[in-house]
Design a binder for this molecule. Structure first.
Ligand code: GCW
Length: 718
């Protein structure tokens, strides 16, 4: 052997002996990282992880067992054997009373758990100590398996367990705004995961990881295509592709749904009308539904955006939203399907305040929908703005199940680069008191059906998922996917608890890591509101792509697309008067709520300019004038981002370098953009208020023309 090859050999030998460096993490594993627990926890957990016992088999039982195998192997470094019977101490028994005679024999209190709930208990089986994960339905086993893993991932004891859980909402769905060419409307995480061109033959293994991630947080349905939909998805070749995805997701308890284009009978069916009362149109949809259910027997149903932003709908034929929804509902009813009909409608011909239009259109239709129709309402009345008061429809349609639609993807909240945890925003809406029918009836209770005894309950989240390695476009945006799933399962959960759970699973359990991460997350939504749209301002974004500030824009074709429509600032004051002296949108809320929002002295500062037009010198609750308060809040928002930068920098020794660097770099983008937002908005508003900057606050670096001249034509997601 030559000397150089000897040196090489020695070098390789040394390398092999060096302690193995952990592979660079890129975020692909999400919150399912399953990195090894600390030695003392290994000691505690291992006795409970002797074997994984399943008496019966099925794709879902196998998926649950495989996840336990994978998780325990990573977390505990053991590979518990899969067994068909409890043979020694430490078994994890997984089964329904149907799949497992042992589970049936244990006679556990499963009745209150429904089909998807689960129970986990430390038990003794024939003298052997075991942990049983039991459920009525197999998806409950999957949820129970993920729960057990989560206990370990967050370092909770598992030796004396007695817990159970069930979802509060039946249909916990992702809505993908994915187009058939793989572009994603409002998507900031790469292309669509669905590789239509290679389906149905090629099933990207990533589809399974997608399903695992969703199952781990309880999501049980996915609408595959954009609500601005293309009728081609309903043609036979595409339905075969959809069926392949449905087959892949089924073991994970996930059903597929499709967005249906209302005029599909014309676009792909050769009819000359899509009138929902025309018998030929009804027959076409019934046949289409039959065709879908033949190949996807558990197809979930349709989601529809109709007569909204140019989409076709029943009003094109002189019919109502109820006529349109009921026709589709009739088509899927024999198969057990549902129709989710979106209430996001507004029309330019209507001089009515845009915030009022959905309520005006839908509230009078209460009780006119078939019983498998759910009306899907965004969390606020305008459009996923950084902060909106809860939508007045919640509580106002007792005879019609209402779904809540949240936007996980951050169209109006800094895209994927800004660190913004949405859990707190969603919690704020879910906890809001509708006062309908009486005080204490929260939005969450409307959505989970308890307030009005809804027959169907649905939560929908517009997905932030694409084919980026980290799935969501940034490490921290994964938290929003996670939080959405957890809240859809249980809308009463606290945003802080969810953040902590996610932080532990995603970054590690070191308290010196968890505490600052949770703190960053908990303050991040208020920060973005402050530097973009404080005090109840909204829709100040630049045109089309909604990236960056454009509060001066006043020349768009529709009045209610212009930021100036929403802020109404002039030399005298600022804000949209939605009280009785203005559009009276407050009257759409319960009397008690209207009394608060409609009163300048009682409305929270966070919603002041949403409901009121006030003079620049109006005193906010802080004691400062509205102008000074704007300056303070915009500046505070930027400062909050800088504080996050410092907090994150201090965590460098505790976080793997690749993910740490990515987050640091994104925070730099956020700091630059937050500053841009603050400066552009303040320079613009000052050109109207003509007030000086309060002491201690420096005026922006440039003049208004500078900010107005900034163009960003290639912003993603448009
Ligand atoms: O927020 C707006 C978006 C549109 C979207 C629409 C909707 C899918 O800018 O991109 O279209 O809402 O929710 O229908």
């Amino acid at each position: 052997m030559s000397v150089p090859s000897l040196i090489r050999l020695l070098f390789l030998l040394l390398l092999a002996l060096a302690p193995a460096a952990a592979p660079a993490e890129d975020g692909y594993d999400l919150w399912l990282r399953y990195r090894a627990v600390e030695a003392e926890w290994q000691q505690r957990y291992r006795p409970q992880a002797g074997a994984i016992v399943t008496e019966g088999r099925s794709p879902t039982i196998d998926a649950a067992a495989a996840e336990l195998e994978r998780g325990l192997a990573g977390l505990l470094g053991t590979s518990p054997a899969r067994a068909g019977a409890v043979a020694g101490d430490g078994a994890i028994l997984l089964g329904t009373p149907r799949s497992s005679a042992t589970v049936a024999r244990l006679d556990l209190p499963l009745a209150p758990l429904g089909e998807e709930g689960y129970l986990i208990r430390s038990v003794t089986i024939d003298g052997r100590q075991a942990t049983v994960i039991a459920a009525n339905g197999e998806s409950g086993l999957l949820y129970g398996a993920f729960r057990l893993l989560r206990l370990i991932q967050t370092r909770q004891p598992i030796d004396r367990l007695d817990l159970s859980d069930r979802p509060a909402i039946q249909h916990r769905l992702l809505n993908h705004w994915d187009n058939l060419d793989r572009s994603v409307e409002r998507g900031y995480a790469g292309l669509s995961l669905w590789d239509w061109q290679k389906l149905p033959e090629y099933r990207d293994p990533r589809y399974v990881d997608y399903a695992r991630a969703n199952a781990s947080i309880g999501i049980n349905g996915t609408v595959l295509n954009n609500v601005n939909s293309n009728a081609d998805i309903l043609t036979a070749p595409f339905l075969e592709k959809v069926a392949a995805l449905a087959d892949t997701f089924r073991p994970y308890g996930i059903r597929v749904y499709l967005s249906a284009r209302f005029n599909a009978p014309m676009a792909i069916g050769g009819l000359d009308t899509a009138d929902p009362l025309d018998p030929r149109v009804r027959a076409w949809w019934r046949a289409k539904a039959d065709e879908i259910y033949r190949i996807i027997p558990d197809f979930g149903g349709f989601l529809v955006k109709a007569n909204s932003e140019g989409q076709p709908g029943p009003q094109d034929f002189g019919r109502t939203h109820a006529d349109g929804a009921n026709m589709l509902a009739e088509a899927v009813a024999p198969h057990g399907g549902i129709v989710m009909w979106r209430a996001f409608v507004y029309s330019n011909e209507q001089p009515e305040d845009r915030a009022r239009q959905a309520y005006s259109e839908f509230q009078p239709l209460d009780g006119r929908f078939r019983d498998n129709v759910i009306v899907q309402v965004k969390n606020g009345a305008i459009d996923f703005q950084p902060r909106e008061p809860f939508h007045p429809l919640f509580g106002a349609m007792p005879e019609t199940p209402l779904a809540m639609e949240l936007q996980i993807t951050k169209e109006y909240l800094g895209f994927a680069t800004h660190l913004v945890y949405l859990g707190t925003m969603w919690e704020e809406v879910l906890d809001a008191d509708t006062f309908r029918p009486s005080a204490g009836t929260t939005v969450a209770e409307v959505i989970d059906g308890s307030a009005h005894d809804y027959r169907h309950t649905v939560m929908a989240g517009v997905a932030n998922i694409g084919n980026d390695r980290n799935w969501s476009g940034s490490q921290f945006d994964q938290a929003n996917w996670f939080a959405y799933g957890r809240l859809a399962w249980d809308p009463q959960l606290g945003a802080r608890d969810i953040a902590e759970e996610w932080a532990r699973m995603t970054w590690g359990n070191d308290p010196a890591l968890v505490a600052p991460i949770v703190e960053m997350m908990m303050g991040s939504h208020q920060a973005v509101v402050d530097y973009m749209t404080p005090l109840g301002l909204n829709h100040l974004m630049a045109t089309g792509h909604h990236y960056g500030p454009g509060p001066w824009v006043d020349d768009l074709e529709r009045e209610d697309w212009n930021p100036t429509y929403f802020h109404r600032a002039d030399g005298e004051g600022i804000g949209f008067d939605r009280t009785a002296s203005g559009s009276d949108a407050v009257a759409q809320y319960a009397r008690e709520v209207a009394a608060i929002f409609g009163d300048r002295a009682r409305v929270p500062d966070d919603f002041l300019l949403w409901f009121h037009h006030v003079p620049w010198d109006h005193r906010t609750r802080s004691g400062r004038t509205v102008w000074d308060e704007l300056v303070v809040r915009y500046s505070r928002g930027v400062e909050a981002v800088r504080a996050m930068q410092r907090q994150w920098a201090a965590l460098a020794p505790r976080v793997d370098p690749r993910r740490h660097t990515e987050v640091s770099d994104f925070l730099r983008i956020q700091e630059r953009e937050a500053t841009w937002w603050r400066d552009a908005c303040l320079v613009y508003f000052q050109s109207l208020s003509r007030r000086p900057f309060p002491a201690g606050y420096a005026p922006p670096a440039h003049d208004l023309d500078h900010y107005r001249a900034i163009r960003t034509p290639y912003a993603p997601g448009n």
